[in-house]
Design a protein around this ligand. Structure first.
Ligand code: CO
Length: 259
């Protein structure tokens, strides 16, 4: 049998505790689900890799991990990104992976979490179920956001929530559209008293800890409290939820079947 490996490509995080609970959990689950495959991880963020190196932690980039797998004699490679959208990091991953395509006997790349309407529906169902809302309560999701056109996933998620009848769930993006000012206006229209905020990101890293739940006056929590809401931050990355990890497993199966 050919030596085969699944390479999980993560954006990465410098926060060790969330890394273990999210990225670590995804890797463990993939390992358990595909026992015939070697499972490795790599980070796509050069910035995160540099920060970790300063902390004495050396992790591989995608090209480094692929070179290692080649040197170890692996012939069949499946790269599964754990990114949220087909944005900049995914484009970069494809660009970095492409030169390796012909160097392996079999080579495929899976899709990020939110790559199709059905993916978005699944994640919407997950949030509705995981975060039941009282009548005077809204759920606000903090997506990352990007200047890449794939940012359109965030307003699309908003649309799907309302189309599916999942009420009082708003989507914002910390570095994209819709920003927190838009979310505040929408919350005002809803007339709720309580707001739960949680990240729509794989890890609960810097953005979740500081920009979402931090005590600084410009964090989402502080801004919403200033608007008079009772705010409950849930600092958990999506990788901590079994239902979300299951979606990544199904993306891996899809990439396998596409061969
Ligand atoms: Co950022």
């Amino acid at each position: 049998m050919k030596k085969q490996a699944i390479l999980l490509a993560h954006f990465g995080t410098s926060h060790a505790d969330t890394r273990e609970k999210t990225i670590g959990a995804v890797e463990r689950e993939v390992r358990a689900a595909f026992p015939e495959w070697e499972v490795r991880g790599a980070f796509t963020s050069g910035m995160i890799l540099r920060i970790l190196k300063k902390q004495g932690i050396t992790l591989q980039s995608v090209p480094e991990a692929l070179e290692t797998l080649l040197a170890e004699g692996f012939e069949r490679i499946l790269i599964q990104p754990t990114h949220m959208i087909c944005g900049e990091e995914y484009d970069k991953l494809r660009f970095q992976a492409e030169p390796f395509r012909d160097r392996f006997a079999e080579f495929s790349v899976g899709l990020p979490l939110l790559s199709s309407t059905e993916d978005m529906r699944e994640v919407c169902r997950f949030y509705d179920k995981e975060f039941p809302r009282e009548a005077d309560e809204a759920l606000v999701l903090m997506g990352h956001g990007t200047t890449h056109f794939a940012n359109a996933v965030y307003p699309a998620m908003s649309y799907i929530f309302s189309e599916m009848g999942f009420e009082r769930i708003l989507v914002g993006a910390v570095e994209g559209y819709p920003d927190i000012e838009i979310v505040r206006k929408e919350l005002g229209r809803l007339g709720v008293k309580k707001v739960t905020v949680t990240p729509m990101m794989l890890v609960a890293g810097d953005h979740a800890v500081n920009d979402m739940a931090g005590e600084e006056p410009d964090s989402w929590k502080s801004l919403l409290e200033a608007d008079g809401y009772q705010v409950k931050p849930v600092v958990r990355g999506l990788g901590e939820y079994a239902a979300v990890r299951e979606l990544y497993l199904s993306h891996i199966r899809q990439a396998m079947d596409a061969k």
